[in-house]
Design a protein around this ligand. Structure first.
Ligand code: ZN
Length: 266
């Protein structure tokens, strides 16, 4: 029986999170009393009240890199938990790892070197000497589905980069640069990577992507230009595909998959 006070604990050793169970069915530890695990924490943070159908208070903590997992538990890399941890818990782990990472990387002020103090009223740290405020880093990136109508109907632009697994194609993506609007970034990335101009840039949705700290902001756009000029360093191959002849695409749970499946439906 779970008590009223049970909370999810996201306990990290490095960037690996402590999970309970084995094989394909894992869960985050839901604990009445975290002290019962007998672990010593280097840091801990209250995250909030989250995680699916039955929300719980959630905490993030870090243990020393020598720490052994408690009985029946193991430390796992978050990418290896896709499909093995309930989805809401997976995204919670992604949120937590970014908070822990921010905390341990900003112990000292980046400007003057004094020890930062955590601010109580927001997720930030402030240097007591020079006043510099540090927030968890988020790196916004656009992801865009470009389509084009030709004689065979509606086609989608898919490309593969050197980091994609063999045979997999996806939509284009890239990090937002200082001074850019999201629309500027969409136009620049598409032009740089495949050499076409896009119009009708429309917001589609967003997804936090904690590897390590992206926020993916998805758009759709159209072009009338068929000829592609590939940027060699980023793009190994790219082409126009119909819904009926799609190549291998990214797995579910990624917004790239959602963007592509939305094209297939329409
Ligand atoms: Zn300072």
């Amino acid at each position: 029986m779970e008590g009223v006070g049970a909370a999810f604990w996201l306990i990290f050793r490095g960037n690996r999170v402590l999970v309970e169970g084995d094989g394909r069915s894992l869960t985050l530890p839901l604990l009445e009393d975290v002290a019962a695990l007998g672990l010593t924490f280097l840091r801990r943070h209250y995250l909030g009240y989250f995680a699916g159908d039955r929300p719980r208070h959630c905490f993030a903590a870090e243990v020393d890199k020598e720490t052994e997992p408690p009985e029946g538990m193991s430390f796992q890399g978050i990418r290896r938990l896709f499909g093995r941890l309930p989805e809401a818990q997976l995204w919670l782990a992604g949120r937590a790892v970014q908070i822990i990472d921010w905390d341990r990387n900003h112990i000292f002020c980046g400007r003057c070197g004094a020890r930062n103090e955590i601010q109580g009223y927001e997720r930030s740290k402030k240097c007591p000497e020079c006043g510099l405020v540090t927030y968890p880093r988020l790196s916004p990136a656009i992801i865009v589905r470009v389509t084009r109508r030709d004689a065979s109907g509606e086609t989608i632009l898919l490309a593969r980069g050197p980091r994609h697994r063999p045979g997999m194609y996806s939509v284009l993506a890239g990090f937002v640069e200082p001074g850019e609007t999201l629309e500027d970034c969409v136009r620049r990335e598409v032009k740089e990577e495949v050499g076409v101009d896009v119009t009708d840039i429309t917001y589609f949705g967003s997804q936090p992507w904690p590897f390590p700290d992206s926020l993916m902001i998805a758009f759709t756009a159209v072009t009338s230009q068929a000829d592609l000029t590939l940027q060699k360093e980023e793009i190994e191959d790219a082409g126009w595909f119909t819904a009926a002849n799609l190549p291998d695409i990214p797995p579910p749970m990624s917004i790239s998959h959602t963007l592509i499946m939305d094209f297939v439906k329409t």
